[in-house]
Design a protein around this ligand. Structure first.
Ligand SMILES: [Zn+2]
Ligand SMILES: [Zn+2]
Length: 104
């Protein structure tokens, strides 16, 4: 009985961690945080959404980071100028971030 309860609690805890680990993008001076796909994120660094909130940042009105967090993010299949695989995450069907979608 107790063992089953413990497992349930652990699973709930892990699920909570997974939700909190959502990554958003925000530049150091930016007042808002964005999804990887947002054209307004610019050269922003990926940070934990909780850290962004703690820093007083607000979700972008254009990309709405909280809602996109429910979608499945995939690593961009594009490559940088150095030939290294892009590290941005994207929810777009083309599996490319906004930077590599436009570069043809
Ligand atoms: Zn945005
Ligand atoms: Zn990319």
């Amino acid at each position: 009985m107790m063992k089953k309860l413990m497992i349930t609690l652990v699973l709930a805890f892990v699920a909570t961690l997974a939700v909190q680990a959502q990554t958003v993008y925000s530049s150091a001076k930016g007042e808002k945080y964005h999804t990887a796909d947002c054209r307004l994120s610019g050269d922003a660094e990926g940070i934990n959404i909780d850290n962004a909130k703690k820093a007083g940042k607000k979700p972008c009105d254009v990309c709405k980071p909280n809602e996109l967090g429910k979608a499945t993010l995939k690593q961009c299949e594009g490559k940088t100028k150095e030939g290294v695989r892009c590290k941005r995450m994207t929810a777009s069907k083309g599996k490319k971030c906004y930077q590599h979608q436009t570069a043809k």
